[in-house]
Design a binder for this molecule. Structure first.
Ligand code: GAR
Length: 205
């Protein structure tokens, strides 16, 4: 049984999709904990209601990024994770943190990377006039919203779209591809090999 630790900062709808898929599809993995940097994150309640241990490490309680990341890593490691899943975790992570979880730190970003890293991706996509937008699941590296791509989902952009309609279309796809990617990793069908993602039909021995 693999241990998955999920990090959130807010709503936690991607977390919820992963919790649901893990149970419904009987993954060889458990959601060992959900950890937030904000005590008021709605997703913490959702996780607790699902019977999952939760914890908060408030970034405001630490003088700098490195000391926060150190405390966060200590809390994560308490749950002995095989995979750490960022699901709307809105913090830039220090180099030491990223290195500590190299190959087992996954993120989802609401754009077709490398387009639109950073915030307000849907507004920027509309401003740029792109015909297609989407979401990307990737292993985390030291560059923000960058790293070996595990999966992407593409959605059309319609002429009458506003930020909210486009965000909703992308989010529905996030809820599809993120659980699939996490499942592939815990089942050993998807793995990081250097800077490349390797996929196989069957699990690695
Ligand atoms: C999701 O759209 C996720 O892709 C995005 O935050 C949202 C969280 O929603 N993440 C980022 O922008 C990371 N750079 P959720 O809390 O309902 O899963």
């Amino acid at each position: 049984m693999k241990n998955i630790v999920i990090l959130i900062s807010g709503r936690g709808s991607n977390m919820e999709a992963i919790i649901h898929a893990a149970a419904a599809e009987k993954w060889p993995a458990r959601i060992a904990a959900v950890i937030s940097n904000r005590a008021d994150a709605v997703g913490l309640r959702t996780a607790a209601l699902a019977g999952i241990p939760t914890a908060t490490v408030e970034h405001g309680n630490y003088p700098d990024r490195v000391s926060f990341d150190r405390a966060l890593a200590e809390q994560i490691d308490f749950f002995q994770p095989d995979l750490v899943v960022l699901a709307g975790f809105m913090r830039i992570l220090s180099a030491g943190f990223v290195e500590h979880y190299r190959g087992c730190l996954l993120n989802i970003h609401p754009s077709l990377l490398p387009s639109f890293p950073g915030l307000s991706t849907h507004r920027r996509a509309l401003e740029a006039g792109v015909r297609f937008h989407g979401a990307t699941v990737h292993f985390v590296t030291q560059t923000l919203d960058h790293g070996p791509i595990v999966d992407q989902a593409v959605v059309p952009v319609f002429e009458d779209d506003v930020e909210e309609t486009l965000a909703q279309r992308v989010l529905s796809e996030e809820h599809r591809i993120y659980p699939e990617a996490v499942r592939g990793i815990v089942e050993g069908r998807i793995r990081l090999d250097g800077d490349h993602v390797r996929r196989s039909v069957r699990a690695a021995d």
